[in-house]
Design a protein around this ligand. Structure first.
Ligand SMILES: Nc1ncnc2c1ncn2[C@@H]1O[C@H](COP(=O)(O)OP(=O)(O)OP(=O)(O)O)[C@@H](O)[C@H]1O
Length: 242
């Protein structure tokens, strides 16, 4: 079953082409990483999938429906720009957000899963960067979502926190969720994802398993990505593509 579908999606902001014909399909139960340099269009794609903005042209579907609206209750999201009410405690915030969903997980279970039980009474302002990211994950999980959309979720985390984060997130996927996440970290994409979609200048330049991407004599995913973006730039300049 197709969970996420973006077909020839364009998104233009004044003079900027944030997305320029993006294609992306994610099937149920998949873990897909969206990789791309700064400005590639990752956040724009997530905003469209969440119904926070509309495409200039092209087609976007989530669980067979238009994004936002009724389907939003089945999607858990972590966005880079997320603001949190400063004076609220971790437990209250998770409980409050849980009430917004038709079927939510018990608050204690969510705190346990995200290793926040010991910080349940802490105010949001007192959290470390990594704890704040875990709280954002808790808020994404509390509605028992079918789809998780995580935009650079581990950006502020140290190595141990990252590992714990992905352990917790994988457990949710194992229970039937589908995961799309954005990252700059090629090692993370390759370790966590079943499939990697590389974006460059608002387009898909690769869509393959991590093994397939490194299968052509290129030992390192970073080299692969740089080669792909070079090939794409060359193609745009009208030069030959290898
Ligand atoms: N609201 C907006 N108004 C104008 N331009 C925008 C807006 N949102 C994004 N852009 C532009 O669209 C392009 C794609 O931005 P986007 O944030 O989607 O990239 P990204 O891949 O998420 O980048 P990063 O890795 O830096 O987070 C950039 O050139 C950005 O400046």
């Amino acid at each position: 079953m197709t969970v996420l579908e973006m077909c020839d999606v364009h998104k233009t902001y004044a003079e900027v082409r944030a997305l320029d014909g993006l294609d992306l399909v994610v099937e149920r139960g998949e873990i897909v990483a969206v990789l791309g340099p700064n400005g590639a269009g990752k956040t724009t794609a997530f905003e469209l999938l969440l119904g926070l903005s509309r495409p200039t042209s092209g087609h976007v579907e989530v669980l067979g429906q238009a994004p936002g609206g009724a389907v939003r209750a089945r999607v858990g999201a972590m966005l880079q720009s997320a603001g949190l009410p400063a004076q609220t405690t971790v437990r209250d915030l998770v409980r409050l957000l849980g009430r917004a969903y038709p079927r939510s997980l018990p608050v204690d279970e969510v705190l346990e899963r995200t290793s926040l039980t010991g910080r349940a009474g802490a105010r949001v302002t007192s959290l470390s960067g990594g704890e704040r990211q875990r709280l954002l994950l808790a808020l994404a999980l509390v509605g028992a979502p079918d789809v998780l959309l995580l935009d650079e979720p581990t950006a502020a985390m140290d190595v141990a926190s990252r590992r714990a984060f992905w352990r917790q997130t994988r457990a949710s996927v194992a229970e039937g969720a589908t995961l799309l996440f954005a990252t700059h970290d090629l090692a993370e994409a390759s370790a966590v994802a079943d499939r990697v979609v590389a974006l460059h200048e608002g387009r898909t330049v690769a869509d393959a398993t991590p093994e397939e991407l490194t299968d052509h004599g290129r030992s390192d995913l970073e080299d692969v990505f740089l080669a792909l973006t070079d090939e794409w730039s060359s193609a745009v300049d009208g030069k030959a593509v290898r």
